[in-house]
Design a protein around this ligand. Sequence first.
Ligand SMILES: *Cc1c(COP(=O)(O)O)cnc(C)c1O
Length: 451
Amino acid sequence: MNKDHKSIDKKYLWHPFTQMKDWVENDIIVIERGEGSYLIDTEGKRYIDGVSSLWCNVHGHRKKELDQAISSQLDKIAHSTFLGLSNVPAVELAEKLIAIAPRGLSRVFYSDSGASAVEVAIKMAYQYWHQKEGKNTKKKKLLHLTNSYHGDTLGSVSVGGIELFHKVYHSLLFDTISTAAPYCYRCPFGKEETACGKECIEALREKVKKHKNELAALVIEPVMLGAAGMLKQPEGFITAAREVTREHNVLLICDEVATGFGRTGTMFACDTEGITPDLMAVGKGITGGYLPLSATLATEEIFNGFLGEYEELKTFYHGHTYSGNPLAAAVACANLDLFGKEKILETLRSKIELMTKRLDTLKDLDHVGDIRQAGFMVGIELVQDKRTKQNFPFEERIGHNVILKARERNVMIRPLGDVIILMPPLSIEEAVLEELIDVVKWAIERVMGQG
Ligand SMILES: *Cc1c(COP(=O)(O)O)cnc(C)c1O
């Protein structure tokens, strides 16, 4: 039966982060298939998947080894519970994760979304102090960066700082402490990049020091704040975060949901400065972008803090129906194997350089204010006036207009406000990568009426 998926969608569905009034009034795209770096819709049109299907695809679509891993696992079992029971792929994945994780992380707790993995880290940090220092402990608060994004469940929103998404839920959230996120293009300390004295690092150190007695943990997205519009931290930021938290007895939670699995050029963003957090959340790329799975990695010190006699109630009372799902774990194992087999991080280096070089051709466009890159994570900030860095009016939806333009030339991307995001699969071919960037340049020029 040849169904009209577009009208059925509009009749029954409610899409995430989507104004449904716009959605039902406009033409929509329904994806039917994928192939390598391409998405193919129900009308047979092919698009470059320029944001890795929301930052998670690694090796492209229909990757033989990943397809195979799922069908082999299907021949055995699709799902069994992880509550009081174990399963083969989830065990094997844990060993593989610990082998590549920053040294010192030694335990894996599974969930099924990035937001849940962060919530788990928050609850673990909180309960850790409760059990270590007793119920009268003052160490109950979380410190986070302004502009940060850790997912959309309420605990994760509490440590988030994106006004547009989070403001309305304010009274549902728990109380936190925040410190200024680095945003070098619009430095919160009013510094030009050339005069930077790393004031944001100093401010972070001061905040931790000042609140050390009430802080359970500091939560950060290491190296690059993703959803904030790709805000890159100055070198030394995560090292300072590690040092100051260790010095003042505060746990460090790194949210590597976006940055993990090669995205910034190293396996984890923490590796760029060789730090190990106490807790680390991973998601998105963990299954190569195939199935929903996430994990919270912990040190043995944290893990040991939950051991005790049954009646001491030190159990971590948290879990999800699909925790440790065998199908997702099986494809995650195959994903990690490919990193070794195809030398992904090695081959990525020249692609990152190519990307940097090609992005340079956008720098002189009238409305390109700033280009921020960490490996295969890129944000291009568009401004109305380059000299004053004045933004476009919100209602003009410039970023949105640019991505719609890019679709005309078969590029599928998604902006964050007026920041154009590029985050292609790590496997993208060099020629396709060049095409992606060239089309984005063309789309920006067209929308700005320059050509
Ligand atoms: C996407 C993202 C999350 C949330 O992950 P979901 O799987 O969408 O819940 C959390 N933290 C960061 C840094 C992210 O980019």
